[in-house]
Write a protein that binds this ligand. Structure first.
Ligand code: BES
Ligand code: MN
Ligand code: ZN
Length: 504
């Protein structure tokens, strides 16, 4: 076997190729290192690197202090027997504890160190080809669309091509699936990273439509007039304060399998959240360009489901609005009528996400789905409860636990949270069926979930995924996660759809 048999090119990331042997064309070789009591051991797969070269490599890496611990990266000049110029060794921790996520992270860390490199080859793919591919692709992700005068020079450009050494059966199919998933994550990141000046409801809707059409989906867009006339009081009420009026996008993927179950996805698409008349202080407003991350994720996911041809029917119902203060904005104290007839007293216009989601949930459930997953940057309280990297998963008990478990498995780490009955009474309104906020701040993530629960019909298995923190990385890059949009929870959603396709 000599060169690669399949190459996946993608406009959003590096070219990834399967290789059966180490080619002369690689500028850098990326290997894994396991930690051990007697020093690190190299992960080089099945004969991709000659034994004596491996011994030299491990000796050189040990000499400069490499231990093989997670998050460790060591770069050394390559032994002369290798045609590559240098070797990057990334730690995987103990050999018996290696997981897909550890490989994904190590690959991401390696990819971030490879700026300016044309071609890299890696043996991480010998441990887990799919995870290595995802890690390299996502670790190399950058967003430079708006860098007009400071475009990255060659030394700062992400790695162009990665050769994944593998002799696995069905390597091509594994690679194609991983690249499709990574591409969907990058699509969601791009949406989140696009500034609100350029991504407003009508523009967001037309970009969603383009993605939907390209994936062969059925696309329906309701504009502001259709929303007002159609009784979508939540979406219209939140969106009417902006000169850039709201939209509702519906994307449908119909599986070829006639009796496939229907999964309804709903994602919050606030293209910017000022808070409205209940305006946010400047420091709390800074990151509100990320308030459409749920929408971005469900749009990318339904297109991905079509691309993968999953045996499950999927709809994405995506309300899009800009939450602005103005003379046409809704006021604290206003009462609106949600789609389906429930009236809501808007006590705080900054609790806008639940208002647009309620309309979308009722609309999505009119199709009688077996499962409903909504996802949203819904509450600051999510971060108070779980920190910035752990999505809160609420809903009906069994499906909530299933979604959280799958989220853990893919490394997005969603955690199950309760919807305590006693909080429901705190959403009673003096004038309407419901108030949009409680008069206290305790359990803010949960009371938002309890508000949404009012709109989910009996019998629908439901999960609500609050991604306020995890969708947007305001710190430095880590693993395969860049600054800004993370693409969470695309990988959870697609894994749940695959699980429903396989197990009902
Ligand atoms: N978009 C915010 C939630 C958010 C906060 C997302 C921080 C990401 C980071 C949401 O619309 C909001 O403003 N929620 C309020 C709810 C409150 C008024 C009950 C909040 O969390 O303060
Ligand atoms: Mn808000
Ligand atoms: Zn918001």
């Amino acid at each position: 076997m000599s060169s690669e048999n399949v190459t996946e090119s993608s406009p959003l990331g590096p070219e990834l190729a399967i290789a059966g042997s180490l080619s002369d064309g690689a500028d850098v070789l990326v290997i894994g290192l396991y930690s051990g009591e007697d020093g690190p051991t190299a992960v080089v797969g099945d004969g991709f690197v000659a034994d004596d070269v491996v011994a030299d490599l491990v000796a050189a890496l040990t000499a400069v202090g490499a231990k093989g611990k997670a998050d460790e990266l060591t770069r050394i000049p390559a032994p002369t027997a290798l045609s590559a110029g240098s070797v990057v060794a990334v730690g995987l921790g103990k050999a018996d504890g290696v997981t897909a996520e550890k490989v994904r992270k190590a690959a991401g860390i390696a990819a971030r160190s490879l700026t300016g490199v044309g071609t890299a080859a890696t043996t991480l793919s010998a441990v887990d080809l799919g995870a290595a591919a995802e890690g390299f692709y996502l670790g190399a992700y950058t967003f430079s669309e708006f860098k007009a005068k400071s475009a990255p020079d060659d030394d700062a450009k992400p790695v162009g091509r990665v050769e994944l050494l593998s002799t696995a059966k069905k390597a091509d199919a594994t690679l194609a699936r991983s690249v499709a998933i990574a591409e969907a994550v990058a699509t969601a990141r791009n949406f989140v990273n696009t500034p609100p000046s350029h991504l407003y409801p009508a523009e967001f809707a037309s970009r969603a439509q383009a993605i939907g059409k390209a994936a062969g989906l059925e696309v329906e867009i309701l504009d502001d007039k259709a929303l007002e006339q159609g009784g979508y009081g939540g979406i219209f009420g939140v969106g009417k304060g902006s000169s850039r009026l709201p939209r509702l996008v519906r994307l449908k993927y119909a599986s070829a399998k006639s009796d496939a179950p229907l999964v309804a996805l709903v994602g919050k698409g606030i293209t910017f959240d000022t808070g409205g008349i209940s305006i946010k202080p400047a420091a709390s407003m800074e990151n509100m360009t990320s308030d459409m991350a749920g929408a971005a994720a469900v749009i990318a996911t339904v297109a991905l489901a079509a691309k993968l041809g999953l045996d499950v029917n999927v709809t994405a119902t995506v309300p899009m609005a800009e939450n602005m203060p103005s003379d046409t904005a809704q006021r604290p104290g206003d009462v609106l009528t949600q789609y389906g007839g429930t009236t809501v007293e808007v006590i705080n216009t900054d609790a806008e996400g639940r208002l647009i989601l309620a309309d979308a949930i009722v609309r999505a459930c009119a199709d009688d789905p077996a499962y409903l997953i909504d996802t949203a940057t819904l509450t600051g309280a999510q971060m108070v409860a779980l920190g910035t990297r752990t999505p809160g998963v609420m809903g009906t008990d069994e499906f909530r636990d299933r979604v959280a478990r799958i989220s853990q498995e893919v490394g997005e780490n969603g955690w199950p949270m309760p919807l305590p009955d006693e909080l429901r009474a705190d959403l009673n309104s003096r004038v309407a069926d419901l108030a949009n906020v409680t008069n206290h701040r305790w359990g803010g993530m949960l009371s938002a979930g309890i508000f949404l629960k009012e709109f989910v019909p009996e019998g629908v298995a439901w999960a609500h995924v609050d991604i306020a923190g995890p969708a947007y990385n305001t710190g430095g890059p880590f693993g395969y996660i860049s600054k800004g949009g993370t693409g969470v929870p695309v990988r959870t959603l697609i894994a749940v759809l695959e699980d429903v396709a396989a197990n009902g």
